[in-house]
Design a binder for this molecule. Structure first.
Ligand SMILES: [Fe+2]
Ligand SMILES: [Fe+2]
Length: 176
């Protein structure tokens, strides 16, 4: 039996840094949506998703500490940008908020899939977290689709813009 090379440490650090940043931003998006829609019937749905993002964030916060990973310097940016994205899309109505969720979660699903493929078996625990969280992100996407995301104003444009923004945020958070 061959022993595969361990996953390079720099790759693991990048993965934990960017995932921590992403989950932080995700939580802020739902907080922004709740600031606008928190007194409507959407509150429970949004809180359910926010609570799951909090668990994802707590896990990566713990890993940042345990593995001594430098967190991204961009957290203050994602603090503001995440909230603003959530609030702005929620101002379009629940369909706008759901369209935002679908776009973000599709981008994160792709990102997590790529990480699962890239990490070696020496990182089985990290891979397992990512797989669990990815399943929950897909649940969020499905909640968005079930709640008229695709009927949001200018859905295709909105979705493409948000996905492009997520990809830029991912690239920046891996490095900075
Ligand atoms: Fe998440
Ligand atoms: Fe999510």
């Amino acid at each position: 039996m061959t022993h595969p090379d361990p996953t390079p440490r720099a790759m693991v650090e990048r993965a934990i840094r960017v995932d921590h940043a992403g989950e932080y931003g995700a939580k802020r998006i739902y907080e922004g949506q709740l600031a606008v829609l928190g007194r409507t019937k959407w509150r429970g749905t949004l809180e359910h998703m926010k609570d799951q993002e909090q668990v994802h964030l707590d896990t990566f916060s713990r890993l940042v500490g345990e593995r001594r990973v430098r967190p991204t310097a961009l957290l203050p940016v994602w603090h503001v940008a995440g909230f603003a994205l959530g609030a702005a899309t929620a101002l379009l109505g629940h369909r706008g908020a759901m369209a935002c969720t679908v776009a973000v979660e599709e981008a994160i699903d792709e990102h997590y899939q790529a990480q699962e493929a890239a990490l070696g078996e020496d990182e089985a625990a990290l891979k397992a977290h990512i797989a669990t969280f990815r399943a929950e992100e897909l649940e969020h996407r499905d909640i968005g689709l079930a709640n008229e995301a695709e009927q949001a104003p200018a859905y295709r444009l909105l979705s493409a813009a948000i996905k492009a923004g997520c990809k830029v945020a991912i690239r920046l958070s891996e490095r900075i």
